[in-house]
Design a protein around this ligand. Structure first.
Ligand SMILES: NC(=O)c1ccc[n+]([C@@H]2O[C@H](COP(=O)([O-])OP(=O)(O)OC[C@H]3O[C@@H](n4cnc5c(N)ncnc54)[C@H](OP(=O)(O)O)[C@@H]3O)[C@@H](O)[C@H]2O)c1
Length: 192
């Protein structure tokens, strides 16, 4: 299934303001230095964070870039996997392919409504996080207490735009490379 840009743009305009109705959230793990990726993969091993990722995203539509999809390598079960790419002919089984972010958000909104999900989870990578920065309302951030080398970054977060509404600090477990904090950031009302 391939969705096209014009369909998405029309739907968002019809609702006015270019915002989705369901809350748009990011689910991301970032080092102290903002690094989120290296050489097409993750720069750490963090089993605890993978569990949290599953808990937050289960039953929701996911929006991701083609490179992130390829780094995962398969559709994630129990979720709608919506992949954006400009590549014609990209059509892995079990995935909804969109040729623009607008088209991806439109189908995500429809899928969320059909599932009764209250959030659309944008799961990366760097290009997609950058492009949707003005629209995201909540960030589920795993702040990894390390500063690994990397080539993909989470865009800088303006502290005036974001309020921390939850935090849990965790020591590194047996299968974690570093300690980490699970943080929820909500966009400050009226500032977006
Ligand atoms: N730490 C974390 O939480 C986390 C999360 C996700 C990913 N990552 C890491 O981040 C890295 C991948 O991020 P990335 O920034 O390189 O790539 P990405 O954002 O995953 O994917 C970029 C691709 O998405 C497509 N795309 C982007 N904007 C588009 C648009 N407006 N319309 C249509 N298609 C569009 C293009 O695909 P085509 O080239 O096919 O046209 C583009 O090359 C990997 O290292 C991954 O492991 C880390």
């Amino acid at each position: 299934m391939v969705l096209h840009a014009r369909q998405g743009c029309r739907a968002l305009r019809a609702r006015g303001g270019g915002r989705t109705v369901t809350r748009l959230v990011y689910v991301v793990a970032a080092g102290e230095n903002g690094v989120i990726g290296r050489d097409g993969g993750l720069p750490w091993r963090l089993s605890s964070d993978l569990r949290r990722f599953k808990e937050i995203t289960m039953g929701k539509p996911l929006v991701m870039g083609r490179k992130t999809y390829e780094s995962i390598g398969r559709p994630l079960p129990g979720r709608d996997n919506i992949v954006v790419t400009r590549r014609g002919g990209f059509a892995p089984e079990g995935v909804i392919v969109a040729d623009s972010l607008e088209a991806a958000l439109k189908v995500a909104e429809e899928k969320a409504r059909a599932r009764g999900a209250d959030e659309i989870a944008v799961i990366g990578g760097g290009e997609i996080f950058e492009a949707l920065m003005d629209r995201v309302e909540r960030i589920y951030l795993s702040r990894v207490h390390a500063s690994p080398g990397g080539d993909v970054f989470l865009p800088a977060l303006d502290p005036a735009e974001w309020r921390e509404t939850a935090r849990e600090d965790h020591e590194a477990g047996e299968r974690d490379d570093a300690s980490f904090s699970l943080v929820v950031l909500d966009r400050v009302a009226g500032r977006s």
